[in-house]
Design a protein around this ligand. Sequence first.
Ligand code: NOJ
Ligand code: CA
Length: 705
Amino acid sequence: MKHLIILIIAITVLSCNSSEEKRELTAVSPNGNIEVSFNVSAEGQPFYTILNNKNVVIDISFLGFEFKDAPDFDKNFIIKKSQIESHTETWKMPWGEQELVQNNYNELKIFLQEKISPERFLTIAFRVYDDGVGFRYEFPEQARLSEVEIVDEHTQFNLTQDYNTFWIPGDWDIYEHLYSTTKVSQIDALKYVGHVNLAQTHIPVNAVNTPVTMVGDDGTHLSFHEAALIDYAGMTLAVDTENLNLKSNLVGSKNTPYKVKRSLPFNTPWRTIQITNNAPDLITSNLIVNLNEPNKLGDVSWFKPMKYTGVWWEMHLGKSSWDYGMTQDMSTWTDPGKSNGTHGATTENVKKFIDFSSKNNIGGVLVEGWNTGWEHWIGFEDREGVFDFVTPYPDYDIDEVVRYGKEKGVDIIMHHETSAATETYEKQQDTAYALMQKYGMHAVKSGYVGKILPKGEYHHGQYMVNQYNNAAIKAAKYEVAVNAHEPIKATGLRRTYPNIISREGLRGQEFNAWAEDGGNPPEHLPIVAFTRMLAGPIDFTPGIFNIKFDEYKKNNQVNTTLAQQLALYVVIYSPVQMAADLVEHYEANPKPLQFIKDVGVDWQTTKVLNGEVGKYVTIARKERKTDNWFLGSITNEKSRTFEVTLDFLDDNQNYTATIYKDGKNAHWDDNPLALDIEKIEVNKNSKLTLHLAQGGGCAISIIKN
Ligand code: NOJ
Ligand code: CA
């Protein structure tokens, strides 16, 4: 379907207008299963409740704000007016997990006013979907309020069960933590304080970051997050372990006595609760992207979803260095004019990646450590003015590399490690993106390692939310797409700005190369698929074949089987998907490499065939251009056997399935490389039995005959 007709029907079903409404207001999801109710208490406090299949999932939860130098905004309200509107829409993702997205909801809007001076106005909007609820505060233009300084937002989520919860701490500076699995009543985020291997971290209270996912004894699945985080602070959720109550705790700043400052009119981000009766439906939920505004960039076909390799893992393994003139551990300066002999981003090395990528259907090569400044990277206080994003080291000929890439049909992916020196980066963005445009480079990986400069700001506060968003909006003007590391969380802005392609924002593969706590355990990705991945695309960087890499690091390894590394290309979604290992490790293993060569990166449809949070998940995706299918299945430290039916395949079509599965006695630690490859003919009536080893996986390419 090339030309899609976008259909929007908005019918006003009910609109009440009275000087004061007293009754409870409700809205239900299109299928009637989820119901939101809203009212104000005797003291005029706004509150809401949510039912799922008639069961209370969010009990009376109050809403409001605390302001600096102005009365609190959380009571003395009356309902002036309310309205309900139905919305039905189908929109098209320029790239994504699926091509067409249904956006169907009923919206309840409540117009409040304080009944005592200063009689300010506030609107609260709830959108009720079949897969959950989003709500936000809307501050309309008004005579007695022109600007707010928000000390904190007091949004409650009052739970009715002590859910089994998959959480990371509410760190204001980084999301790169391992998940804990505990009851809500057992959440103890402060145990993460002072964790090793983080260049910045700040966990002020017992709070969690979102998405945080919960599973109830009755099978209810909830995931809390936010959508459309624009010009506002990121929200963590403070946990009241006794009363099973979550409360918004916005990320602050040491530089201001408030957390958010805004002029009216404005809307807050949407507070979201995905509500499903099973784990797979969480992954197929489009609630977060749907709550964002439609595409503002128009045609972004200059960005092509792609697999990429890069001068990257070799630095994390210690085979080469980002910088040009320091010793390997970056502690001793040798001679700024002379190469240390281990610099990774040399013309010659990059050409090797280009050759390999070109031969293996891989569209891009990421080059880290190409520009001057790395000598002053980690651990330096004074990082402003160090990186300039246009000056290559003497052994990197950027003209030649780009020319060679073009000859071989491979794009160079730019790298901007800002080192969190935001003023330097902001000043140089135009020059840096213009350089990319000149070379026809359409994707940049940016990085924000270290404590934010200016001092006192945190990665997830309002100042940084604006840095990340403005960088992406500016980059779009130069036809540049952004994959940020150490980013702000994804909140579905890719719908509005589809040049926001991917991001880190989790404990990625790199931790397996150097973390002092043993790397990512086998349960990590079966948790990530149902938590972080609900927010949006992940630059996880899969595809490590040399699982143990003893020749580089004896005490580190990847904690999965090789088959699972392949399965991740399907399970973890990103429109840019790295083949992260070294060229020599791929060339020594042509058989599994074939899967990376074949696998798609841009999808027509996604089906989640099975899954339990933290345990396992199996996903099948149909590639947009070819109509071929790919299936990935991963498990935690338990081995499992699944029956899967291929009834999602097209009618009257035969396919050749190549199955990459854990071999006999495969095991993530004892025997990770044992891999069997089998080829069979399949069609939509076929059934397959998948055996996954401990920490294992299965990857299948299903190619049309
Ligand atoms: C941290 C990023 O996550 C990693 O991918 C990158 O190589 C380094 N920063 C250097 O920018
Ligand atoms: Ca990182």
